[in-house]
Structures are given as structure tokens and as C-alpha cells.
Design a protein around this ligand. Structure first.
Ligand code: ZN
Ligand code: ZN
Ligand code: ZN
Ligand code: ZN
Ligand code: ZN
Ligand code: ZN
Ligand code: ZN
Length: 477
């Protein structure tokens, strides 16, 4: 059995010891490098460089000097200088290929390694194109075809012939290569036709709207054209006005178009005429009388509506609190009028004692009535026919208090007040009929004219009279 093969690695900048482990030589430190220094060549770069080599060479030199000075005639034998294993024996050692790790399975005697390397497919050789690259044989075909800078090749787009290096330069500028449009329209264009495409076909090139002169990308221009306010359109009523910009069409139809059917201006009054604008004039002229009677009818309908609204408003504003604060303005003028006119009665707005209660109204004779005539102000209350009379208790029996307020700093404190509780036998408080001239009940001598002027009852020509209805029948002053 031969000793197990030693591995010889290609030099990678460090020195490799080849140790023939089970050599018959007793010197186990003996290295192969002494004997196979000649293996090192430029191709494999197998360098053998151990300190032992130098030491031995200097030893040999020293001995040869010594022997010559000692006049020794005998030459030293190799064995004397290098006592160790026979190099012939080493060359017979079994080794792996230096490309063992790259996958070469070759293994044989060391002396056959050089021969093997001349054919080993993992060993590097010069590129036959003289591009300068050292390429393992196994990669050479690929190199020659794809990467060798000196290879002859064609541009796949324009079919021009190039060296490998020339093709690399040509790549990225070949006019025949399809590339995506720089304006991002999504199209692939031959590079050489890009300029033409961008100016003539590209969907993203800018185009000017012929009507409004604004710029749009070519693909959005049709959409704009369908909305451009300056685009001319024919009048949909086919009038003679000629093309009208889209943005002005609405105004044209509203104000100018002679063909558009328009309604008579008395439409609200009930005229049903509808026709081209140019016929409206004639219609108005020939229907003046009919229009007038339509207007009269309209105005009467509106009058009724106004009445309905008025009564609705007065219902909404009526007082349901049971307390009336009656503000009488222009007191002096009203007083003068009362003095000149016998029995002139001032009436308050009607009010209700509660939401579904009795309807009451106060009245006042500024120049007095009955026993108070010419000397006093008389105040009365009367029951008016109300909405809920049918459901109420009769006769009316709530107490009533009249208060005439003094005005100013002491307002609310001072004043004149009179109260009464209706007697069930009094006519005035039976359920009222619809006759309006029913008399009220009250105080003919409520306040004398003298007292009226001695304290601040009248301020700003205004007087306040409160009429308070109290269902408790307790007379409160
Ligand atoms: Zn090999
Ligand atoms: Zn090459
Ligand atoms: Zn090309
Ligand atoms: Zn494009
Ligand atoms: Zn436009
Ligand atoms: Zn028109
Ligand atoms: Zn009309």
C-alpha cells in the first residue's frame, strides 16, 4: 500500500508544506519542498520556500568552503548534503490534482501531475483570442462566447458586428434597441425613433387646444375638447346666431336665443302661452286684455291669502297667559280726542285667561265714563266670544285686577290697583253671544285725572295698564 496522497495546493501567497507522513525515513520533519523545488513554474505558481531550504543551501556552501580549504579531493554526494528520502521516491507519492477543491477528481503519482495539468479542465489557460485572460478550460467556451473582450459578436438589435468590448460600448446607444418612451406613455420605441415618437405619436406629448389655447397631453385633449368652454357649438334651438362658445350657450338660451320656446311673462297669472322668443312680443300685444283679467284674478287670490296669513299671525301672537300688559302710546293725543268725542272707548288686544280659557278684552275711557266722566279714567273688562266657550264653566267667575303702573326708578312698586270678583248673577259674565256691543264691567272712577298727573303714570306719552285674571277668586291688590 502506498502512503496516502498529500495535497498540493496552488500558491495563494502562503507556503505549503508537503508532508509525506508515513515516509520510511526516520526524519518525520523532512519536507518535500527540498526535493521538488523544480516543480514550481510560472503556470501553477507552486512556490516552495521554507527556511529549511536556505539553511541547507548555506550549510552546503559552508561545507564546500571547508572541504576546499581542507584540500579534500572528494565531492560531497547529494545524500551527504540532503540526508533524507530519495526524490525518486517522493515523485512517486500519490497526490491529488491542485484543483481538487474545484472538483477535479484526478489523483496519481506526483510526477504525473504536470502532465495532468496540461489537460486538467480546471486549470487556467490563456484565452486564444489573446484578450489576456487566464481562464479554466472548463469555462473557456463560455468566455469565448460571452465575456471575452476580443470575441467577435453581433448586436442583437442592429446586427452590426463588434468585438466584445465594442459591444459593451455600443450597448445603451443602439438605435435599433426598443426602449420605453421617456415621456412614460407606456410604449416601447426603437431608440433611434424616440425623437420622432415624442414629437408625433407619443400620447404624452403636449398639444394646444385650438379653442382656448391651453396645453394638454395628447391623450387628455379629446376629453378637454368635450368640455372646453371656448369650443364653438351650434345652438340646440337651431336659431340663426351661428356657433356659440360652450361657456356662453346657457346665457344665449336664457337671454338671446330667438328660437327657444319661452313662457309668457304672465305665466304666474295663468297664461299658458309658450313659443319662440320672437313671437312673444306679438302675443303680449294681442292679449293685453286677457292678461289684465288674469292679473285681477291673481290679485284677488293673493288678497285672500294675505287675510288668511293675517289671521294665522294674530292667532300665533295672541296672549294666553291670563295677564295683559296694555301699553297705551300717544296718550296726550288720545286724551285730547276723548275730550272732544263723547263716549270714545279705547280697546286692548284680546287675550285668553289660559290656552283654552276665556277670551277677554280690556277697554278704557280716557275722559271717563258714567260717574267718572270728565274727571276720571274709566277701565272695564268684557268677555268676548272665544274658541273654547262651549267647554268652559259659566258664568265667568275669575277675579280681575287692574293696575296702572308708575314709571321710573320705583316702577313695579307704586301704582293704582283695583280688583273685583264677578258676581254670578251679573249679566256681563254669562256666556257671551256673538253680539259685539256687549258692555264690560269695571271701574268708572279708576283714577282721577288729577292723580294721574301728580305722579309718574305718564312717561314718554305712554301709560301701562296691567289686567290680571286670577282663577283663585282671591282679590289681590
Ligand atoms: Zn485536474
Ligand atoms: Zn478572451
Ligand atoms: Zn445595435
Ligand atoms: Zn411616448
Ligand atoms: Zn380648450
Ligand atoms: Zn339660439
Ligand atoms: Zn300670455
Amino acid at each position: 500500500m502506498p502512503a496516502p496522497p498529500a495535497t498540493v495546493k496552488p500558491a495563494t501567497g502562503h507556503t505549503t508544506k508537503l508532508n509525506n507522513g508515513k515516509s520510511s525515513n526516520s526524519n518525520s520533519n523532512h519536507t518535500l519542498s527540498n526535493s521538488i523545488a523544480h516543480l514550481s513554474d510560472s503556470r501553477t505558481n507552486l512556490t516552495v520556500n521554507t527556511p529549511t531550504t536556505c539553511q541547507r543551501l548555506s550549510e552546503m556552501f559552508r561545507r564546500s568552503i571547508a572541504s576546499s580549504t581542507q584540500s579534500s579531493s572528494r565531492e560531497n554526494t547529494y545524500e551527504e548534503i540532503y540526508p533524507g528520502p530519495d526524490p525518486k521516491h517522493i515523485m512517486g507519492s500519490l497526490v491529488f490534482c491542485i484543483h481538487h477543491k474545484q472538483g477535479c477528481k484526478w489523483s496519481d503519482e506526483l510526477r504525473k501531475l504536470k502532465g495532468h495539468l496540461n489537460a486538467c479542465k480546471h486549470d487556467a489557460t490563456q484565452c486564444p483570442n489573446k484578450c489576456g485572460a487566464q481562464i479554466p478550460r472548463i469555462m473557456m467556451t463560455d468566455h469565448l462566447q460571452y465575456t471575452c473582450t476580443m470575441r467577435r459578436t453581433r448586436c442583437e438589435f442592429c446586427q452590426s458586428e463588434f468585438s466584445g468590448a465594442g459591444l459593451e460600448e455600443h450597448n445603451g446607444s443602439c438605435g435599433q434597441e426598443p426602449v420605453y418612451c421617456e415621456a412614460k406613455c407606456g410604449q416601447r420605441i426603437l431608440r433611434g425613433r424616440m425623437t420622432l415618437h415624442k414629437s408625433k405619436d407619443c400620447a404624452k406629448r403636449l398639444r394646444r387646444c385650438a379653442h382656448c389655447q391651453r396645453e394638454f397631453s395628447a391623450d387628455t385633449l379629446p376629453l378637454h375638447a368635450a368640455q372646453c368652454p371656448r369650443a364653438p357649438l351650434a345652438c340646440p334651438q337651431r336659431c340663426d346666431a351661428g356657433p356659440i362658445p360652450r361657456g356662453e350657450l346657457e346665457a344665449h338660451l336664457r337671454d338671446e336665443c330667438q328660437s327657444l320656446a319661452v313662457s309668457c311673462s304672465f305665466k304666474e297669472a295663468g297664461c299658458r302661452f309658450k313659443g319662440p322668443r320672437q313671437m312673444l312680443e306679438a302675443h303680449l300685444e294681442s292679449n293685453a286684455a286677457a292678461h289684465l283679467s288674469l292679473m285681477v284674478a291673481l290679485s284677488s287670490r293673493q288678497g285672500q291669502q294675505i287675510q288668511m296669513l293675517k289671521s294665522a299671525v294674530s292667532k300665533l301672537s295672541i296672549n294666553y297667559t291670563g295677564t295683559l300688559l296694555w301699553k297705551i302710546t300717544d296718550w296726550s293725543a288720545k286724551m285730547a280726542e276723548a275730550r272732544g268725542k263723547d263716549g270714545l272707548e279705547l280697546v286692548s288686544p284680546p287675550f285668553y285667561t289660559s290656552q283654552y280659557g276665556y277670551k277677554l278684552q280690556a277697554s278704557m275711557f280716557l275722559n271717563g265714563n258714567g260717574p267718572g266722566e270728565n274727571t276720571h279714567v274709566s277701565v272695564y273688562i268684557k268677555v268676548l266670544p272665544g274658541e273654547y266657550d262651549a267647554l268652559l264653566k259659566w258664568p265667568f267667575s275669575h277675579s280681575i285686577t287692574f293696575t296702572l303702573f308708575e314709571q321710573g326708578a320705583q316702577s313695579g312698586q307704586g301704582g293704582v290697583a283695583e280688583s273685583f270678583v264677578p258676581d254670578p248673577t251679573w249679566e256681563n259674565f254669562q256666556r257671551p253671544s256673538n253680539e259685539p256691543d256687549q258692555l264690560g264691567f269695571g271701574f268708572p272712577r279708576f283714577i282721577s285725572h288729577e292723580l294721574l298727573h301728580s305722579r309718574p303714570f305718564i312717561k314718554g306719552d305712554t301709560v301701562f295698564l296691567r289686567v290680571k285674571v286670577d282663577p283663585s277668586k282671591i282679590v289681590a291688590v
